[in-house]
Design a protein around this ligand. Structure first.
Ligand SMILES: [Zn+2]
Length: 108
C-alpha cells in the first residue's frame, strides 16, 4: 500500500520526522515568506526548506489560496507533532534568520 507523498507529509512532523497518527493533534504554525519569493505555482504543495546551520531539510506546506492559513496571511505552514517540536523548529528558523540579519550588501 503506497501513500500519496503529499498525504504522507501532512502526517509527518517537519522537525523530528516522526509519523503523526491520524486523529492525533497537529501542532502547525504559519510563517511569512519573503515577498521576493514567488510561491504561487507551489500552492497546496510541499516544498523543501534547507536549514543550512542544522543540516536539516524541512518539509513546508504552501497553503492554497482558499485555505484558512492563506486567509490568515501565511505563505508557509509548518506541521509538527508536538508543542516541543514546534518550538524547536521555531528556534531553528530564528537562528537561520539571525545569520542574515546583519548582512548588508557590499558597497559600490
Ligand atoms: Zn516532532
Amino acid at each position: 500500500m503506497s501513500m500519496d507523498p503529499r498525504e504522507e507529509l501532512l502526517t509527518t512532523c517537519a522537525w523530528c520526522l516522526q509519523h503523526i497518527e491520524q486523529g492525533e493533534e497537529l501542532f502547525g504554525f504559519g510563517a511569512r515568506a519573503s515577498p521576493s519569493i514567488d510561491l504561487s505555482d507551489k500552492e497546496g504543495q510541499f516544498i523543501s526548506l534547507k536549514l543550512a546551520l542544522q543540516d536539516k531539510i524541512i518539509p513546508v506546506l504552501v497553503p492554497s489560496r482558499t485555505s484558512q492559513a492563506h486567509k490568515d496571511g501565511y505563505d508557509l505552514m509548518f506541521i509538527t507533532c508536538s508543542a516541543e517540536c514546534a518550538q524547536d523548529l521555531k528556534d531553528a528558523l530564528e537562528l537561520e534568520i539571525d545569520v542574515f540579519k546583519d548582512y548588508s550588501p557590499p558597497e559600490g
